[in-house]
Design a protein around this ligand. Structure first.
Ligand code: COI
Length: 364
């Protein structure tokens, strides 16, 4: 692979200021970032520079019309301290799926992969060592035309920066099955990782939090009954010996990479019957009433696996027992964390060792 990325290293690393034992998610940023520009119909000027503010014109189109997409992925450390990625090529593909839906240019997959290797190779010291912690990697693409008026931008910026993070959720979570507001509708952009999906979720999430819930469980736009996903995660229900999750689609559910990994682990490593199919809340409530709803958990890059303690749907309040070490969610979470720490054979070929950059000492 011959991708030319220039590297300007920081003269003042902030690494010694970081306390890996108390990391708040999304608050700490490593020393470098990757940048690229889209001009005249092609991507170029690939560079790694010290992490810093990005200057922008007040009219740039991303700010006004929302052409902005992102990814979230992680690098972890194996037992011997070497850095590892988890399914990085899937993130490159998903970024481009989001780009196509938002009428933005795709980003070359080989440059994406080369950029994360170079960046994380350079900032590998920022990967926290504790289980469940990681270096969270945030690729971001946004429209950068300086222009007012609704049309696809002609210029774009792409960047990747990284944050050392601890677990996203530190406790079992409460879900509010939202009866009125929706996240995604047929024909819409629900499967794209685009900024507006998260913005639109904020008011309903705030209202749910005021009622004492951690997250909204999104339901379909027509019946307000079919399960879609949780704001930050895909969702799984364990009913008797079945694990059920809604199917991904072109428009309403994010194509979760952790979701896909969970499905593979469940199918290959457990005796559970795994079903990707439409699931109505009515069916969940009925299972709860019969004592058949064993557990519910969410999956996401940031969250990994988050165990659900309570779901409220209309008048029905469902409280789920803490199955702790016996739970399927815990099994899958441990499985993923062990893979990411290199403690389990990588039978699915998901782990990619980070290539350390061969830095020319003459490069500043
Ligand atoms: C992720 O899981 O990577 C996300 O982008 C969710 C975000 C809330 C951190």
């Amino acid at each position: 692979m011959d991708v030319n990325i220039s590297i300007r290293r920081t003269q003042h690393s902030r690494l010694s200021e970081i306390d890996f034992s108390s990391l708040q998610f999304g608050k700490h940023f490593s020393d470098h970032m990757f940048l690229a520009d889209y001009k005249d119909g092609k991507w170029g000027d690939f560079r790694i520079v010290p992490f810093d503010y990005i200057p922008m014109h007040p009219s740039i189109m991303a700010l006004h019309y929302g052409q902005s997409i992102f990814e979230g992925m992680k690098a972890t450390k194996s037992q011997d301290g070497s850095p590892l990625f988890f399914r990085p090529e899937m993130h490159a593909l998903r970024l481009n799926r989001s780009a196509e839906r938002m009428c933005m240019p795709t980003f070359p997959e080989d440059v994406f992969l080369e950029a994360i290797h170079a960046l994380v190779g350079l900032d590998g010291g920022w990967i926290p060592p504790q289980e469940g912690s990681a270096l969270y990697i945030r690729p971001l693409m946004y429209a950068s035309d300086e222009f007012l008026g609704v049309k696809p931008s002609e210029n774009y910026s792409f960047l990747i920066f990284t944050c050392p993070v601890g677990p996203y959720y530190t406790k079992r979570i409460n879900l509010w099955a939202e009866p009125h507001y929706i996240r995604a509708a047929p024909g819409g952009v629900g499967a794209a990782k685009t900024a507006g999906n998260y913005a639109a979720a904020m008011l309903p999430s705030k209202l749910a939090q005021e009622k004492g819930y951690d997250q909204v469980l999104w339901l379909d736009a027509i019946h307000h009954n079919y399960v879609q996903e949780v704001g930050t995660m895909n969702i799984f229900f364990v009913i008797e010996n079945k694990v059920i999750t809604p199917p991904i689609s072109e428009d309403t559910i994010l194509h979760g990479i952790t979701r896909d990994s969970v499905l593979t682990i469940l199918r290959e490593e457990t005796d559970y019957q795994v079903e990707e199919r439409p699931l109505r809340m009515d069916e969940v409530v009925e299972a709860y009433r019969k004592g058949e709803l064993k557990e519910c958990f969410g999956s996401g890059t940031a969250a990994v696996i988050a165990d659900v303690v309570r779901i409220t749907f209309g008048e029905v309040d469902m409280n789920l027992p803490d199955r702790a070490e016996d739970s399927l969610g815990r099994f899958v979470k441990n499985y993923l964390n062990q893979l990411r720490a290199g403690l389990r054979p990588d039978k699915f070929g998901w782990i990619v060792p980070v290539r350390m950059p061969q830095l020319d000492p003459s490069i500043s």
